[in-house]
Design a protein around this ligand. Structure first.
Ligand code: RB5
Length: 151
């Protein structure tokens, strides 16, 4: 799969680990940075990865910051992106099954490399269930884009 990967300084170390893992698994990984532990702003990297996913340049995005929270919040600003923060394989699997998440955000300060690998296995290895969940995903994607609030 084509995967865009990004982190801030707090996610840098885990990003390097998961990059090596995904490459070893045969994925085509594009690393948008950051490339060292100097302090940077996570929205920059979240935006770059989210844009690539929304534009179809990447099949999935993987983001890493301290908690995964800021990355997920920022990535979800981009239309067509459904980013889920995951600290367990179970949540990563559910994010794919029910939410059709296309970006996973990892918590570099709280998730060890082995757990991150399990999260990625679950995320990249689980198909969206569709069915009744498709309607809900469509509803999520419509929020903010076809609203009639205030009318
Ligand atoms: C950086 O200190 C930290 O705020 C960031 O990595 C992330 O956890 C934000 O959500």
């Amino acid at each position: 799969m084509r995967i865009h990967l990004g982190s801030d300084h707090a996610g840098f170390a885990l990003k390097e680990r998961v990059k090596a893992y995904m490459q070893a698994e045969g994925h085509a990984v594009t690393d948008v940075g950051t490339f060292d532990e100097g302090s940077v702003d996570y929205p920059v990297y979240a935006h770059a990865v989210a844009r690539a996913v929304a534009d179809g340049e990447a099949d999935f995005g993987v983001l890493v910051c301290g908690t995964g929270l800021g990355m997920a919040i920022a990535a979800n600003k981009v239309r067509g992106v459904r980013a889920a923060q995951a600290t367990s394989p179970e949540f990563a699997r559910m994010a794919r099954l029910h939410n059709d998440a296309n970006v996973v955000a990892l918590a570099g300060r709280y998730t060890d490399a082995a757990t991150a690998e399990s999260i990625l296995d679950a995320f990249l290895g689980t198909a969206f269930e569709g069915g009744r969940h498709q309607r809900r995903v469509d509803m999520m994607d419509a929020i903010g884009h076809d609203e009639t609030e205030g009318e």
